[in-house]
Design a protein around this ligand. Sequence first.
Ligand code: CU
Length: 505
Amino acid sequence: MTMVSRRGLMAGGLTLSTMTAVGAHAATAIESKRRLIADTRSLEVNGRAAKVFRLSDEAGRPGLTLAPGERFQVELANQTADHTIIHWHGQLPPWTQDGFPWPQTPPIAPAATRTYDYAPIPGTYWMHSHQGLQEQSLMTAPLIVRDAIELREDRQEIVLMLHDFSFRSPDALLASLTGQTPSQIRALATTSENVSASSPPQVSGENAMGMMQGMQSMGTMSKKNVMGSMGGMKMDLNDIDYDAFLANDRTLRDPEIVQVERSGRVRLRIINGASSSQFWVDLGALAGHVVAVDGHPVYPLAGRRFPLAIAQRLDILVDLPGAGAFPILARLEGTRRCTGIVLTTPGASAPRIDGTGLDRMQPIDNSMETRLVARAPLAPRQPDLVHRMVLAGGMKPYSWSLNGEYWPHITPLMLQKGQRVEIEMVNNSMMAHPMHLHGHAFQVIAVNGQPIRGAKRDTVLVTPMGSVRIAFDANNPGRWPLHCHNLYHMMTGMITEVRYDSIKV
Ligand SMILES: [Cu+2]
């Protein structure tokens, strides 16, 4: 019981230092399961109500926050009228608890519950539905796993979760992209040879920019909000024109105001939970240091603006320069649109931010990625196995593929337990793809053919016509999705499977 009240205090935004003494024995004090409830709610966005999903703990707070050393012992209750399945994004559970609708792990029926029990890894994670388009309707929440070192650093923790929001139904959004209904899209997946796609993988050498053989499909692309360019070619951004962008469920018309101490020390945990939108995190006048990406520590990287692809997270340490109001903005790539929260010290009033006067943001890129260095890199080792994967597709017709295949008609990437595996992802399209591998933390070891000893992550951006090579140790046998985390790319085919050969299907 003390645990519940302590977490209640934390949600109020007190500095963690006051709770450290309790936190030290919290791990042993917890024996009962956490309860996580999936249900629906009414959310007001810019004065208009919408029905959306909700994932909350037993006290009604979004998602879950686990104490240092606490196991992920959770009972998930589906109180919606739909089947659902929740994925613990970036965590490394056994594959049967990962939350993907495999035949072996079907979705949870309405009114049913499912239990989970695994050792979580610390950091900033999140959870979201992997069922249909539920993620777009905010079946998403933070999953924060604290560790003892963070508690000792005496910083106020501020979670900032981003969403893209439309009053239109997700089905209607998808239909407007494809010109088809969801059932027609499923039928399309069975006739993938009708869709213009790149030729099978023909990567040669390390230089992805040599991958120009798929360029013939680009002449067919046209789009009203085309932005940016690459060598004179157009690149595509922001498939959907959203009604709003949310920061902790609110827009900048009425942003969340977070009380902070004068000269306070904070840890921002920023989660891009948007379905199809990528942002620049903009600290404004503040200077910050990125200390973790996708939950995994990196050597501190200083800056004021940081790219945040779909599904990625950033832990940023900020030391406030005294008293005042400090907006923390998330600015949509390729536009002037933004959302955010405001940190205010006692007595300071929050400024009105309407986004006018802001400059248009460039597309996000991998300029930060190449400067990140993992604090706990993989041991140097030659790969036992290298898979090459071509990312392709376009706006007309709206469909996206991996190695020319469309889910569920795919050929799994096979591997064996104990192998060091590398995957070279080559983007043959004019859109960036945030690629997510379930069940493993990978290290980014090359960007656009340039070798790096980069960050460990679970989601990495592969820029238009660019390439990224990742490495991981095959240490978690199972069936694991590897997919683009743009929901509409995934739903039109851009997902495949990484499968251990020991798994019988
Ligand atoms: Cu994509």
